[in-house]
Write a protein that binds this ligand. Structure first.
Ligand code: C5P
Length: 223
């Protein structure tokens, strides 16, 4: 059995995509599988944490011993995360939150019209940044996917959102990130210091992520 180094701590993890409905049957989303977030939740549970997993629509079954909250939209994710994070020691945002939602969600299925249509989108709240603004003693971890200037952009993101670190991954490496069982990530801190990890299973990435988060948590609890 793994060391129970997270016993007595609450860990909150978000996973999967969000769905932003245009009308009752159509939505904007992305191909996030939820595997990375589920791996973090299961690893935290195995190490003794009390875990809440807030997940968008994915095909993965509820892991046992974990409180699972199923949401669809970014606004629902926000509500569930703010509530669950209140008494958490570690919060990990792996969810692929849609940046925009329909400015108005139609109550009925929209009929096809001739010619072009224009969608009016409005930005979703940045949940990680919001958690960062009321950070307290919590350790806060984000993910980022970048196609270029990854480390610089991820460091700026970590600083702007007040996250302790961000795991940067690349959408273009085969078998990793969206849908894959492996991940190849670089840990990036707000000061720009960073460390590239080798290609690992998502469970192994979860182990290292929680090693780092637990060390930060112990330091913040002592301070
Ligand atoms: O800014 P960007 O979307 O690249 O940041 C990614 C990180 O921020 C992820 O941890 C993601 O879960 C989180 N995020 C969020 N709310 C948003 C957008 C992203 O919490 N609206």
């Amino acid at each position: 059995a793994p060391a129970q180094d997270l016993a007595g701590l609450k860990v909150v993890v978000s996973a999967g995509p969000t769905r932003e409905y245009l009308d009752p049957v159509r939505f904007i989303s992305n191909p996030s599988s939820g595997k990375m977030g589920f791996a973090v939740a299961e690893e935290a549970r195995a190490r003794g944490a009390q875990v809440t997993l807030v997940t968008g629509p994915v095909t993965l079954p509820d892991p046992s011993g974990i409180e699972v909250v199923r949401i669809e939209t970014a606004l629902e994710l926000r509500g569930a995360m703010l509530a669950a994070a209140e008494d958490a020691a570690i919060v990990v945002m792996t969810a692929a939150v849609a940046d925009y939602r329909a400015a108005e969600r139609a109550g009925e299925k929209q009929a096809k019209v001739a010619g072009d249509v224009t969608l009016h989108l409005t930005p979703n709240p940045d949940i990680l940044a919001e958690l960062g603004r009321s950070k307290g003693e919590r350790v806060l971890v984000g993910f980022a996917m970048e196609t270029h200037a990854g480390v610089e952009r991820a460091a700026l993101k970590a600083a702007r959102k007040n996250a302790d670190f961000i795991l940067l991954n690349y959408p273009t490496r085969e078998g990793t990130a969206f849908g894959g069982d492996d991940n190849e990530v670089t840990l990036v801190r707000p000061d720009g210091s960073h460390q590239a990890w080798p290609r690992l299973s998502k469970r192994e990435v979860a182990q290292r992520l929680l090693d780092e988060a637990a060390a930060l948590q112990r330091r913040s609890a002592l301070a």
